[in-house]
Design a protein around this ligand. Structure first.
Ligand SMILES: Cc1ncc(C[n+]2csc(CCOP(=O)(O)OP(=O)(O)O)c2C)c(N)n1
Ligand code: SF4
Ligand SMILES: [Mg+2]
Length: 320
């Protein structure tokens, strides 16, 4: 085995500090497509959270790929939920667990984590009012948006999380509008924890979920999860494409804990635009961006730069 690969494996092993993390909780043999980013996201989130977790899954690819009992992939309790109701169902579960802990002290009901894993359609469009309500109530849940940037399960329709220029079956010439910045919207709710992740940084996913588990209240984690059939690239490129999203600045990695923004070590240097890889390196790997006009490219770049300026001004305000 190549040395760098061996070193990386040793680092990962050292970081997975407990037995729970060395186990698999979202089992292989499920019906995800080859190279599915969602599968990597859930696998690593569950390594951090362990089986003492209840998963709520609104209508989405995940809803389907978990499979049918007794051959279901999650090796822990989960519930399928109506499309719009992920956050409200999770609030109900977490309140029920609180009531159980009160009525039956010493049984560790309060140690169970309530987790939502919802797609971008289920989060940025149809689930946003339930999510906003849960955030305002500060419900004790971890809400995850796994973002494959379209309604994949029903045939690649655009969502408000689809980026400018991307072709879907409902934006055949490329989407005109820009991606909705949901992490920023959630941060504006002033919940205790908001984070972004990429499936190319599994240890970052692991650490952020470990942290989220210890925080009381509403936690929001948004994971970029590439999708080979939806983004139109070869399945073996998933991790590389997610990595390019980070390196080009398309997807900044950060966390906002009690209002304090911290950039991930791979994103912090990119506050300087000259350190970012060219946007085209990311776009040219995916056929959904094929044929994008020069003007669209410039507009997308401006939109990305504006998001970075917002992050930089927040960091600057913190420091002064
Ligand atoms: C109220 C309602 N409208 C539409 C659907 C059909 N539907 C099921 S999954 C899905 C797409 C979900 O997209 P997203 O949340 O992005 O998850 P993904 O499929 O991309 O994983 C749709 C439209 C539904 N189940 N319920
Ligand atoms: S369509 Fe995309 S998100 Fe859905 S299972 Fe396949 S790769 Fe995963
Ligand atoms: Mg989606």
């Amino acid at each position: 085995m190549e040395n760098w690969r061996l070193n990386k494996m040793v680092t990962i092993k050292q970081a997975l500090d407990d037995e729970v993390a060395c186990n698999e909780w979202f089992l292989p043999g499920n019906s995800c497509c080859a190279g599915c980013g969602l599968e990597i996201a859930l696998r690593w989130a569950m390594k951090a959270l362990g089986p003492n977790t209840v998963l709520v899954t609104p209508a989405s690819c995940l809803n389907v790929v978990i499979g049918l009992w007794p051959k279901t992939a999650p090796n822990f309790p989960f519930t399928n939920m109506a499309f719009a109701a992920g956050a409200s169902a999770a609030t109900g579960i977490s309140e029920a667990l609180k009531a159980k802990a009160y009525r039956f002290p010493g049984k560790n009901w309060e140690k169970i984590t309530t987790l939502v894993f919802a797609g971008d359609g289920g989060t940025t469009d149809i689930g946003i009012q339930a999510l906003s309500g849960a955030a305002e109530r500060n419900s004790n849940i971890i809400y995850t948006c796994y973002d494959n940037e379209a309604y994949m399960n029903t045939g690649i329709q655009r969502s408000s999380s689809t980026p400018h220029g991307a072709k879907t079956t409902t934006t055949t010439l490329g989407k005109e509008r820009y991606k909705k910045n949901l992490p920023a919207i959630m941060a504006a709710h002033e919940i205790p924890y908001v984070a972004t992740c990429s499936i190319s940084e599994p240890l970052d996913i692991y650490k952020k979920y470990k942290k989220a588990k210890t925080i009381e209240g509403c936690k929001y984690i948004h994971i970029l999860a590439p999708c080979p059939p939806g983004w139109n690239y070869p399945s073996e490129d998933t991790v590389e494409i997610a990595r390019l999203a980070v390196k080009t600045g398309v997807w900044p990695l950060y966390e906002i804990e009690n209002g304090i923004l911290r950039m991930h070590k791979k994103s912090h240097p990119l506050l300087d635009p000259s350190k970012r890889k060219p946007l085209i390196d990311y776009l040219s790997r995916q056929k959904r961006f094929a044929g994008m006009s020069e003007q669209s490219l410039i507009e997308l770049q401006q939109n990305i730069d504006n998001d970075w300026k917002m992050l930089a001004s927040r960091l600057h305000a913190q420091e002064s």
